[in-house]
Ligand binder design. Sequence first.
Ligand code: FES
Length: 78
Amino acid sequence: MDPIAAADAPYAVELEAGTVYVWCACGRSKAQPYCDGSHVGTGLAPKVFKAEKSGTAYLCACKRTKTKPYCDGSHKTT
Ligand code: FES
C-alpha cells in the first residue's frame, strides 16, 4: 500500500536530544506524527530515529518527504 497524507503541513514537535522516536510513515496512525501500529498489513514500516538536538522540529505529515522523518517541503507539491 502507499502512504497516505495525515495532514498537508508538517507537525511542529518538541524533540529531546538523544531520545528515540518512531515516526509514522504510512499516514494511518491516530497518534501523528508518531507510530501507533496502524501500519500492520500495509507493507510499510515506521522510521525509528534519534533526535540529535533538543528543540522544535518539523516532522512530515504528508508522508512524501525524501528526508524522513523531517519535512523537506514536498507537501507543497502535488
Ligand atoms: S509535511 Fe511532508 S514534506 Fe512537508
